[in-house]
Design a protein. Structure first.
Length: 192
């Protein structure tokens, strides 16, 4: 066993016994690896610190599962990557539109719509704009946009849910997106 392995096993044992100094040493040792993995697997950099914290919480809560059969850094990597994948799946299930995700023209539109809201009325944000646009679609168009674009379901999954064949799903999705785009342009021009 190498000297580093002996030091690591002693540090891990002290961490398991709730030694805070050993926990800090362990975090310092693996933090560059965790940060590198999180940055590589997360599309948005604004969640890096939050996700790193989640990784460390999982590491410490699952430390009893580490048996030493693989190098500790490999085990840390698996925990970090699985945490990133879990976050990406959650983002896909519940997509969030951030202000920085909007183009400049979309930001101006949201600002102008918010300025037009009468006093005492609820504020209209990007989600409010999307709801207004979706309300102008037919129920079938809303359904296809919701399933395909918001929930990121595949053509096959949508076919199974709706009973439509894949060709119908593709055509309806295309037409609904075109109508949504047209409605957005009308909204931007102030005609909606």
């Amino acid at each position: 066993m190498a000297t580093g392995d002996i030091e690591l096993s002693g540090c891990l044992e002290r961490v398991r016994q709730r030694d805070e100094a050993a926990a800090r040493v362990l975090v310092e040792r693996v933090q560059p690896l965790v940060e590198k993995l999180v940055r590589a697997h997360l599309p948005r950099n604004d969640d890096v610190e939050d996700l790193m914290q989640d990784v460390f919480l999982k590491l410490f809560s699952r430390l009893g599962q580490y048996r030493g059969q693989v190098p500790f850094e490999h085990w840390v990597s698996r925990v970090a990557v699985s945490t990133c994948v879990d976050r990406l799946r959650a983002q896909k299930r519940r997509p969030v539109t951030r202000w920085t995700d909007l183009s400049e023209s979309e930001q101006r539109l949201v600002d102008s719509l918010a300025a037009e809201v009468p006093a005492g009325a609820p504020e209209l944000d990007a989600w409010g704009v999307m709801e207004k646009l979706l309300a102008a679609l037919s129920p079938a168009e809303r359904l296809i946009i919701s399933l395909a674009d918001m929930e990121q379901k595949t053509i096959q999954e949508i076919s199974e849910l709706t009973g439509w064949n894949s060709g119908v799903v593709r055509i309806r999705a295309f037409r609904a997106r075109q109508k949504l785009k047209s409605l957005y342009q009308e909204l931007e021009a102030g005609r909606l």
